[in-house]
Design a protein around this ligand. Structure first.
Ligand SMILES: *Cc1c(COP(=O)(O)O)cnc(C)c1O
Length: 401
């Protein structure tokens, strides 16, 4: 059976009611049948649930399904994507360790690395996503000398610049230098890209995005090598960033349609990207599966489709963006992404507003940049709406001059 079939068929154990749809195990704790069973569960000679901060049937089902899709040995779910990112670092790094990270990171990951881990003496070096193998290697501090590089952390494709990192190249460096390769796979989802198959050790998701897919719940997960998940699980069990059973129940059901949704998301996104690229009033379109993307070849090699995120650049700065958003009829203005509804945002004034001017410049975040999270609406409606908004907003600006 293919892994998608297996993920759909994987379910939490049935109760005596023989329910087909998995019930919600909204229970904080689990009862012991005897003193001996309590002892056995705690000393792990008998597997089973004890307390929902440690494990819960709905959460386990969600983790099992993602492990299936990612070809992962083990995993741990968390209350948000950021909790997964933080647990993966806090569970594995200690004072004196060095982290190499891709510069193009989700805003809060940047804050964890620069403001939080640094308090505990964990140092870092940033590298550009598009850096060469030699440039990545130069950032790695090898051998037992302190500080030594324990982890390389990155997102591919990145937000909002849609830069890609070559995972096979980093896996090669990993063989040589022995760091942990930790990949935020949120934008691609396990449907389009499986980093573990390309040599990564850990793969992280904000389940809030495409995994839920309908903007309802927050959630996160880290999956990968069992020997690395063990210390992350220890960290999570005792510090408590657990995923709620209700959110896990929602997410487990959502995963059953992830493959189907990603197919439509990607088809819509490619068609919209092509239409926008041919519009005279759109200065630039970035989409990994457009031949004009600077890393198009890598995208084709590493991903099975281009994803649901398109980034466009409009001439005329914030004023033009404002007119464009005003003219759009269908999309929602929101900082979220990965929803069945198309969403647009201006990263410069929202998600990435806190970055310093030089950091924005390094990531290509300009005032006229717009991130589009393409939804599942009928593509003809989306194309018509975006094209008219591009024209109308250009006219509005011209009238003002
Ligand atoms: C949203 C997001 C996160 C953070 O996830 P939350 O669920 O909001 O905590 C991390 N990485 C990427 C790429 C994201 O898009």
């Amino acid at each position: 059976m293919q892994k998608q079939t297996k993920a759909i068929r994987t379910q939490a154990p049935k109760s005596q009611n023989r329910e087909h749809s998995v019930p919600l195990y909204l229970t904080s704790s689990f009862a012991f049948e005897s003193a001996e069973q309590g002892e056995a569960l705690f000393n792990e000679s008998e597997p089973g649930n004890i307390y929902s901060r440690f494990s819960n049937p709905n959460v386990t089902e969600f983790v099992d399904k993602v492990c299936m899709l990612e070809n992962a040995e083990d995993g741990i779910a968390t209350g948000t994507g950021m909790a997964a990112v933080f647990a993966s670092m806090a569970g594995l790094l200690k004072s004196g360790d060095h982290l190499v990270a891709c510069r193009a990171l989700f805003g809060s990951a940047h804050q964890i690395i620069t403001q939080i881990l640094s308090k505990w003496g964990i140092t870092y070096t940033y590298v550009d996503a598009t850096a060469t193998e030699a440039e990545w290697e130069a950032a790695i501090q090898p051998n037992a000398a302190r500080p030594n590089t324990k982890m390389v952390y990155l997102e591919t494709p990145s937000n909002p610049g849609l830069e890609l990192v070559d995972l096979t190249m980093l896996a090669r460096l990993k063989e040589k230098h022995g760091f942990i390769l930790n990949v935020d796979n949120c934008f691609a989802t396990p449907i389009l890209q499986t980093p573990l198959d390309l040599g990564a050790d850990l793969s992280i998701h904000s389940a809030t995005k495409f995994m839920d897919g309908q903007g309802r719940v927050l959630g996160g997960i880290v999956v990968g090598r069992a020997d690395l998940i063990a210390p992350i699980r220890f960290f999570a069990r005792h510090t408590g960033p657990s995923l709620s059973p209700f959110n896990a129940w929602v997410l487990s059901k959502s995963l059953e349609t992830l493959d189907l949704r990603m197919e439509r998301h990607c088809r819509n996104a490619l068609a919209l990207a092509e239409a926008l690229e041919n519009h005279p009033d759109v200065a630039r379109v970035l989409y990994p599966f457009l031949p004009s993307h600077p890393q198009h070849e890598l995208a084709r090699a590493q991903m099975s489709a281009g994803g649901a995120i398109i980034t466009i650049e409009l001439d005329g700065g914030f004023e033009r963006v404002s007119a464009f958003f005003e003219a759009l009829q269908i999309p929602t203005l929101s900082s979220n992404l990965g929803d069945s509804r198309t969403i647009v945002t201006n990263p410069n004034t929202t998600t990435h507003a806190k970055l310093k001017p030089d950091e924005k410049a390094a990531l290509g975040i300009t005032p006229g940049l717009i991130r589009i999270s393409v939804g599942l609406e009928a593509i003809d409606d989306l194309i018509e709406d975006f094209l008219q908004a591009a024209s109308v907003s250009a006219e509005v600006l011209q009238e003002r001059v």
